[in-house]
Design a protein. Structure first.
Length: 95
């Protein structure tokens, strides 16, 4: 099912001239400097943070990378998801 979703999402992105960039496709030691350069090159229209915990990655993207676009964070654990929702409230581009 996961593969089906990924393939469907890739097909949806293609007409928009976008590509799904998966974290597992990148080196493990990506620091904010590298991500800043990558985001300048790729210019993502949306960042989807699956397994977002309490939003650490989204905060790093805003603070250290300078990403200003929309971020969609998903966290399956209810207690952690509530903390994530509180964190994201102050940012209208972060759901």
């Amino acid at each position: 099912m996961r593969r089906d979703f990924t393939q469907a999402f890739d097909r949806w992105l293609q007409p928009h001239n976008r590509r799904l960039l998966r974290a597992r496709d990148l080196p493990l030691a990506l620091g904010p400097h590298y991500l800043h350069r990558l985001f300048d090159f790729v210019r993502p229209a949306l960042v989807v943070d699956v397994g977002a915990n309490e939003g650490q990655y989204a905060r790093m993207l805003r603070r250290d990378v300078g990403y200003e676009g929309p971020i969609m964070s998903v966290e399956p654990i209810p207690r952690t998801a509530r903390a994530l929702a509180l964190e994201a409230q102050a940012d209208p581009q972060w759901t």
